[in-house]
Design a protein around this ligand. Structure first.
Ligand code: PLP
Ligand code: COI
Length: 339
């Protein structure tokens, strides 16, 4: 789609084709090299590729913003590079280097600059993917790998932006086991959530809350976002046990709560029963930003939080974080990369 054909006033979190994408290839046992931009198009792949048969692949998600001064900025993209590199190791793929990862991301953003909305309307969502593109019949790492980056202008992940969402706790499904791949962005982590999330949406909920796979008692995540609960001046989030994705928004929220709002911050297990006593709860991620949670359905009960409104501290954290991300506040922590 051409940039001037897009309805920027009504962006949702959905895919819109842009001008170009980035591609680099690598063989098992070799190092990644910088790739190149090509027009956005379908790709050719063998039906025997390990990504198609065994899910050998991962993705990343990040956003480029257009500031009020018309500068283009990104938020902590080096952290996405690190997480992708860890994921490569867990999924037996050649470890992506920070320089190649950032080369792909920055080139795609710059070449698709005309697709970046103003921050009141949305952002350019940047999607790096790394996958086994070589053939393999036995369950073993592919001989060939592809790193691609594409992008899409997006609006809010949850309808209504900063309005509290309704969630339901599932006792029928788990997101990830303790020693599995929940801690990296393996593509295979996401398809199991489509069924529970689809059922929840039909029932009027925005997403599902997953409990831990071992005891089914402790909060793991909200779909594709990390979970937070506030008790007075204390912010609690599940500790990174291995099954939970180490969110970059999560890390930033914890840092801001501690250093800017002088909150006590705890990373520990938090049971669903304890959550019901929280003053405010929210979830956070690149797509979700900070989304306040207004109510939770758990078994036969419905629990309301902050009278269905945006909690005071949640609101403060949202403003602090987005002021930095949107370039409206000084970047005291070196989180912003100008392109
Ligand atoms: N949890 C899961 C399962 C995710 O897919 C994401 C999205 O990337 C997050 C949490 C939030 O991570 P981040 O803040 O780095 O986007
Ligand atoms: C993100 O927040 O970037 C994510 O990866 C969520 C995505 C699965 C939509």
């Amino acid at each position: 789609m051409k940039p001037d054909e897009i309805d920027y006033d009504n962006l949702t979190f959905s895919f819109t084709e842009t001008k170009s994408m980035y591609v680099s290839k690598c063989k098992l046992g070799e190092d990644w090299k910088k790739g190149q931009l090509i027009p956005f198009n379908d790709i050719k792949i063998s039906p025997a590729a390990t990504i198609l048969n065994y899910g050998q692949g991962l993705f990343e998600g990040m956003k480029a913003y257009r500031t009020k001064n018309n500068e283009i900025i990104m938020f902590r993209p080096e952290e996405n590079a690190k997480r992708a590199a860890n994921g490569c190791l867990r999924l037996s793929m050649p470890e992506i280097s920070e320089s190649v990862f950032l080369d792909g991301v920055t080139n795609v953003v710059k070449d698709n600059i005309d697709y970046i909305p103003s921050t009141e309307k949305g952002a350019l969502y940047v999607r790096p993917i790394i996958f086994g593109s070589g053939e393999g019949l036995g369950v073993a790492p592919s001989s060939d790998y592809t790193f691609m980056v594409y992008c899409s202008p997006v609006g809010p992940y949850f309808k209504g932006g900063l309005t509290p969402i309704k969630l339901i706790v599932t006792n029928d499904y788990h997101r990830a086991p303790l020693k599995g791949t929940g801690g990296v962005k393996a593509v295979g982590n996401y398809v199991p959530g489509m069924l529970p999330s689809g059922v929840a949406k039909k029932q009027g909920y925005a997403e599902v809350i997953y409990l831990d796979a071992a005891e089914e008692k402790y909060i793991e995540e909200v779909g594709a976002a990390n979970f937070f609960a506030i008790f007075g001046n204390k912010l609690v989030t599940p500790n990174l046990t291995g099954s939970i994705l180490p969110g970059i928004t999560r890390d930033s929220v914890l840092f801001l709560a501690k250093n800017e709002l002088n909150m006590d911050v705890e990373e520990r297990r938090i049971s669903i029963d304890e959550v019901m006593k929280a003053d405010e709860i929210f979830c956070a991620g690149t797509a979700a930003i900070i989304s306040p949670i207004g109510s939770i359905r758990y078994k036969d009960n419905k629990y309301n939080f902050s009278n269905g409104e945006v909690g005071k501290i949640t609101n403060k954290l949202y403003n602090f974080l987005t002021d930095i991300q949107f370039g409206n506040r000084n970047d005291d922590y070196g989180w912003i990369k100008k392109l």
